[in-house]
Design a protein around this ligand. Sequence first.
Ligand code: FMN
Length: 356
Amino acid sequence: MAGISDAPFRDLCARFGAGLTPSEMITSDTALWTTRKTRLRLRAHKSQRPEIVQIAGYDPDMMASAAAEAASLGAAVVDINLGCPAKKVCRRAAGSALLKEPQLVARIFARVVAAAGVPVTAKIRTGWCAESRNGLDIARIAEDNGVAAVTVHGRTRACKFSGQAEYETIRRIKRAVAIPVIANGDIDSAEKARAVLDYTGADGVMIGRAARGRPWIFAELRKHFRCSTTTDENLSLTSVRDIILEHLDSLYRFYGESTGVRVSRKHLAWYAEHQAGGRRFRQRVMAVETATEQLRLAREFFADEAHEACAERERSRGERRADKNKHETIIKKESQEKEIQVAVDGRQEPVLRHAH
Ligand SMILES: Cc1cc2nc3c(=O)[nH]c(=O)nc-3n(C[C@H](O)[C@H](O)[C@H](O)COP(=O)(O)O)c2cc1C
């Protein structure tokens, strides 16, 4: 996620067990790779993970050069963005705008795969709009041109981020192609991940927004799916407060104090979202300008709780609220359409559980 998944955040998610942690998207115009913003986006994180660099662009030759350059800088995988709905990207027929130009997409895939020298993956949406839901065609073009895997966000470009993700198109794509398909969109718990995997048959799930302020969601998923744990063992001994403080520290070191403090504000707001008194804390934290003061506020606000105690507290609060709001995840398989609807009433409370 651009503006969120920087190297410190990816490192934290990877330490909690995220299998693959792609970079924020980077322009395929390598002339711009000298800017501070892009240089930081290209920085690898510390974990021993394959580095995935995502590129966005529209010109097959430029994208091929960018992919080769990324690989030469250490990318183990190059991901192509066909999902971004932002106008800045779309005006230049990049990101999700490419979905309207399948022939251009084929040329981009072919050129990038030939030039990269490392596996190339693609991130797509289900189509441009409800009337043009061509995600399946795009996935086939990807497979035919040597793309190694596709991640599908279950929304069209027209949906942007509104409404609920639909998983029927992802299911169809999974049935139609042999390359791995990763399902994405509105997955915010292990239970939801299981429901989506069961319905779509996808090979994996991608989690975006639900990881904001909750990077331990990956540990929850690993535990739920009984994956052999690859989480950082030291983290299981660390309190939630210490994780947040460590995250802040890594942001100051990565960006320098001034930018680090600014970037940290949004992470702190997400961490505090479900805590009592979170609103007041957010107001206070927005006003401070120094790392020392920000750390002090964070140290004071976030209780020094062990994971299990914290998990228990959050779980019971979540259960109470779930009763009240009739929180439920319903999968309706409508006979003709076989449309999946995952209706979630009320947002799930975070469960700060930790993998062992
Ligand atoms: C702030 C923000 C920035 C994003 N940036 C990117 C990006 O750079 N590349 C990309 O492929 N998707 C990007 N996305 C889309 C997410 O990867 C994901 O497809 C989308 O948020 C739906 O998944 P979720 O419901 O798990 O968040 C971004 C999403 C958000 C909210």
